[in-house]
Structures are given as structure tokens and as C-alpha cells.
Design a protein around this ligand. Structure first.
Ligand SMILES: [Zn+2]
Ligand SMILES: [Zn+2]
Length: 564
């Protein structure tokens, strides 16, 4: 690694600032040099906070006080030579359980020791020097619970999230392996308490179409995500000045909280020391490095140079290198839908049969109400992301809001999604067409916020409830207002590809305008017009009334509170 590499330096500055504030006056850096410009850059990105005096920088990493069960992870164990009581070394709790359990061969400064006793009460380990032809490796089972989602963003064909995790690791036994050749000699069970600790991690949420693509090639999906997890952890130290032992990983084909597969990479230090934040930021570069390592390694089935991990709790099983490459290329959007066999995978918008969530809006403010009319367009078609179940992967191209309080339109690109979300959060009522089962799903990739809990009036849902079937926005606009939409979603994706952002924004704005006029028409006249299959233009009676809509939302809020 080039030590002048900004990526590495940034990681180093973060670590340094976590221990002691960075000093402008100190010998740490020349205020006019390269480091100084990096510090300023990190200050702008709010990774570092500058003191009021202007002479010190702190990290923004919070360490909130909370009750954390770190039964073993955060404690220090002393390793003693059995006969002489000489201190051989110290080890952290989690490593003690994996490296210094009864029967383990503990390697320290090129000396081998056999562990004869692990005393969890006194927090010490008894060892005796030995010469053996074998080494040991712990077998473990890990699981993780997501405690809090802190941030999220879409990457390629997946969403990456950062959040607080509770990791539980159980050491279930250990293997003896011959030093030369690594042959498995025997397996021994162990009974040890689980190690539980809270930390910060990132996770890649992997949708079912990725699994299906692997299965079509007769690859091993679990072996693929497991191999990918190992390779990510092996290469991460290139981006963060840490050791591969400083991070942990879990790959799981069906996470109970997510309902889908995920790869977790977490900070191995209880509460985290900023490694997860780093991983979240450099993820694209990291995954590109992983892909070139996997594709560049000459081995057939995997080797210590690519997907084997010396610390794997399941003895490097199962691993599937080819599946790992396919999964990674699919996640990064480097495989076309045709190659994936995904064409015509879509089922039509909204036909996913998901029950409507309860509406639990914030309490409306007593003053004037902020009503927003809202619509968005996407960068990708449903087909390209594996069907309409994966709207969260379609990515925002442009969004338009009409703020009825201000009487003006606002446009947002993907870069401005934070401002868009702030606007939506500040609304007393959001009116859209199919907004719950489309727009909010697309936006869910960008926020841990439960968008379905925003105070929302979805005109499509209202119409469907009345009629028992759906009518398109175009149909209702044509028959009610005598107007047509100016394009459609597929055209919008094409415009985005061609960089025709003005046409795209104009089209999206037109849809918002139509939505607003339909809503106002419905409220004022008490109906919308549509055409039956027989070609008759008829009224769809409605009881849309702003006061009643707000009242219903309030009631839903009360209902939501009672339910909890
Ligand atoms: Zn290899
Ligand atoms: Zn493993």
C-alpha cells in the first residue's frame, strides 16, 4: 500500500483522532501540508469536528452509554505458564475463547503452548510449552441481531446498510490439523459460554434473484456468499489500516429480521472503533478489489490467497469460488438481465400482494398544514433489477414535489435524496399515486426511516378500494381532466440513460401536476371520471375531504398506539 494514499491516511487520521484530539500546534501535521488539507476535507464531511478554539479536531464517533453484555469480549485474560507462573502474554476475551480454550495449541512468538486450563472466573489461562505436529482451530457458530439501522444507500444491485449489531458467538469445538498439509486429524467438542457483544457493522442485503441466478448455474449459494465474506474481510485491511482479525463476518442465506440473504462485516471491537463506517464509505472500491482478486487468482476452487480464511469458524466450508464471482458481479450490476435469465421476470407493478401497513403519522401541527404532492422516476426498469419485488434496487433518477403551502415545485436528483427525505418528513400530508407501493419502496434504499409511517394519502389505493380494481393515472387524467401523461416510466428510464434530465424532470413534474389536479377535482366534485370496459364514461363517487382525511390519519395514529 502506498503510504501516501489518501484513503489510508484518512483511516489513520480517524483512528488517531479517536485516541487523542488532533492538534494543529502539535507535531502531528504541518498546518500547510497534505495532512492539513485532508483534515479540512474530513471536517467538511463531518467525520471530524473542529473545536471552538479551532486548534483541535475530534472524531464524530459517538460512544453512547448503554448496558452492553460483553461477558467476555471486552475483558483481558492473562496467559500463565503452568509450572512457573511466568506471564506468557495477554489476550482479549473473544480471542481467548477461540485461541485459548482447553486443548488449544496457542502460538506466541514462534513458541507452541498447549492450553491445559481456561479459568473464566479468574480470567487466566494455563499453558505449557510443547512441540506438536498439529495445530488447532476453533469451530464456532455466529449470529447477529440488528439493533439499529443508522444509514443506507443503494449500490449496483443491492442496498448496503450500516447499523448497530449484537453478535453472539458460540465456540462449539475445535479441530486438530496437521501442520504440514493441514489435514484434519480430529474434532473435539467444547462447552463454553457464548460471547455476546454489541458493535457497529455493515451488511449487504442480497435479494432472491441473486440466489436464483446462482442456482441456475448449479452453484452453491451459501458457499458463494461465505466465500465473498472471507474475501471482503481479507482485503478490507488495505482500506483501513487494520488487521483482518479486527473485523468479523457472518454470511447468512436467510436472515430472520431481513427475510433475505445478507453478508455482515462488523467491527470486532466491542462498540466499534470506526471500521464499519470506513467499510460503508469505501465499499465500491473494496468490492472491486475483491472481484479482481477472485478473478485474478489461478486456483480452481479457492485457496488461502483468495477465499480461504485462517479464522473461519466452520473450517472453510462450504465455499464456492465461482458462485462468489457470479454473486459479486450480479451485485455490482456487471451481469445483464439476459445473462441472469431475468427477462420477463416482472409480475406487473404492485401485484405483490403485500398487506397495507398501518398508517401512523406524526401528530399534525396546529398551524397551517403542509401538503405535498409527490412523484419520482427511476434509473432502472423493474426487469433490470429482477422484477417488481425489487423496487428498492431501481434507484431514484428524479423526484418532484409540489408544496401546496408554498405553491411551488421542487426537483431532486439522487444526490439530493437527503433533502427530499427531509421534505417528506416535514409534511402533514403526502399525496401521491401508488406512492406507498412504488415510490416509498424505491426510496427505502436511501433511509432507515419507516416511510410507510408518513402521513400519506395514496390515490391509487383509494380508487382500488372503491372499485375493486386499479385504474392508471393516465386513464383517470384523460377522462377526468381531458389530459394525458406526457410519457411513461420506461421512457423516463431511457431519458435518464441519455442524460436528458430536463425532459425527465418536466415529465415527472407533469405527473405531480396531474396528481394534484385530480386530488383537488376529487375533493371539490366528490368524484373522478373513468371509462368502463364497455366504453362508457362514468363517475367514481368519492368522499375525499381534507378534514376527514386528516381525521382518519389521526385515528390511525391512535389505533397504532393502542396496538403497540
Ligand atoms: Zn485462490
Ligand atoms: Zn468462514
Amino acid at each position: 500500500v502506498d503510504p501516501g494514499n489518501r484513503v489510508v491516511l484518512r483511516g489513520h487520521l480517524m483512528c488517531a483522532a479517536a485516541e487523542l484530539p488532533l492538534q494543529e500546534q502539535g507535531d502531528l501535521f504541518d498546518p500547510k501540508g497534505e495532512l492539513s488539507s485532508l483534515v479540512k476535507e474530513m471536517e467538511r464531511e463531518r467525520l471530524l469536528l473542529r473545536s471552538a478554539s479551532g486548534q483541535e479536531w475530534y472524531t464524530t464517533k459517538r460512544r453512547p452509554q448503554r448496558e452492553v453484555d460483553i461477558r467476555a469480549a471486552g475483558e483481558t485474560y492473562t496467559i500463565l505458564e503452568e509450572k512457573t507462573n511466568r506471564v506468557v502474554g495477554k489476550n482479549s476475551g473473544l480471542r481467548t475463547l477461540t485461541e485459548c480454550h482447553h486443548g488449544a495449541i496457542y502460538l506466541h512468538r514462534a513458541e507452541h503452548y498447549l492450553v491445559t486450563k481456561l479459568d473464566l472466573e479468574r480470567k487466566n489461562v494455563r499453558v505449557r510449552p510443547v512441540r506438536t505436529p498439529y495445530y488447532t482451530r476453533a469451530r464456532s457458530e455466529k449470529e447477529t441481531e440488528i439493533l439499529e439501522r443508522q444509514r443506507s444507500r443503494p449500490v449496483g444491485n443491492f442496498v448496503v446498510l450500516q447499523g448497530r449489531l449484537r453478535v453472539t458467538e458460540r465456540i462449539t469445538g475445535y479441530e486438530k490439523r496437521r501442520i504440514s498439509g493441514q489435514d484434519l486429524l480430529s474434532v473435539h467438542p467444547l462447552e463454553l459460554p457464548p460471547v455476546v457483544f454489541e458493535t457497529v457493522g455493515i451488511w449487504l442485503e442480497i435479494d432472491d434473484f441473486v440466489k436464483e441466478a446462482v442456482q441456475r448455474t448449479e452453484g452453491h449459494f451459501m458457499g458463494g456468499i461465505h466465500a465473498l465474506e472471507h474475501a471482503i474481510i481479507a482485503l478490507f485491511p488495505l482500506f483501513a489500516l487494520c488487521d483482518r482479525d479486527d473485523v468479523g463476518g457472518i454470511s447468512i442465506p436467510l436472515h430472520p429480521q431481513l427475510g433475505k440473504a445478507a453478508i455482515f462485516v462488523y467491527d470486532g471491537h466491542p462498540d466499534g472503533v470506526g471500521l464499519a463506517e470506513r467499510a460503508y464509505e469505501v465499499l465500491e472500491e473494496l468490492l472491486e478489489a475483491v472481484l479482481s482478486t477472485l478473478e485474478g487468482c489461478d486456483c480452481e476452487e479457492g485457496c488461502p490467497g483468495c477465499i480461504h480464511s485462517p479464522k473461519c469458524g466452520s473450517g472453510n466450508k462450504p465455499l464456492d469460488k465461482r458462485a462468489a464471482i457470479l454473486i459479486l458481479k450480479t451485485l455490482l450490476g456487471k451481469v445483464s438481465p439476459r445473462e441472469l435469465g431475468l427477462e420477463n421476470a416482472g409480475m406487473g407493478p404492485g401485484d405483490d400482494g403485500v398487506p397495507l401497513p398501518a398508517v401512523r403519522p406524526p401528530v399534525p401541527q396546529p398551524r397551517a398544514r403542509r401538503i405535498l404532492f409527490f412523484d419520482l422516476e427511476t434509473q432502472k426498469t423493474a426487469e433490470e433489477v429482477g422484477g417488481w419485488n425489487n423496487k428498492h434496487l431501481m434507484r431514484l433518477s428524479v423526484a418532484v414535489i409540489y408544496d401546496a403551502m408554498e405553491g411551488g415545485f421542487h426537483h431532486f436528483t439522487e444526490k439530493q435524496v437527503g433533502e427530499l427525505l427531509d421534505r417528506l418528513k416535514g409534511a402533514d400530508l403526502i399525496v401521491g399515486f401508488n406512492v406507498r407501493s412504488f415510490d416509498y419502496k424505491v426510496l427505502s434504499a436511501y433511509t432507515p426511516l419507516a416511510l410507510e409511517e408518513l402521513p400519506t394519502f395514496d390515490m391509487l389505493e383509494e380508487v382500488r378500494e372503491r372499485l375493486g380494481f386499479r385504474l392508471s393515472l393516465d386513464h383517470l387524467a384523460l377522462h377526468t381532466l381531458g389530459e394525458r401523461k406526457s410519457a411513461n416510466g420506461l421512457q423516463a428510464v431511457a431519458w435518464f440513460r441519455e442524460g436528458r434530465m430536463e425532459e425527465l424532470a418536466a415529465y415527472c413534474q407533469k405527473d405531480v401536476e396531474i396528481t394534484r389536479r385530480l386530488f383537488e377535482f376529487g375533493c371539490k366534485e366528490g368524484y373522478l371520471l373513468y371509462e368502463t370496459r364497455e366504453g362508457q364514461k362514468v363517475r367514481l363517487p368519492l368522499d375525499w375531504d381534507l378534514e376527514r382525511i386528516m381525521e382518519n390519519l389521526k385515528e390511525a395514529l391512535r389505533w397504532g398506539k393502542e396496538k403497540h
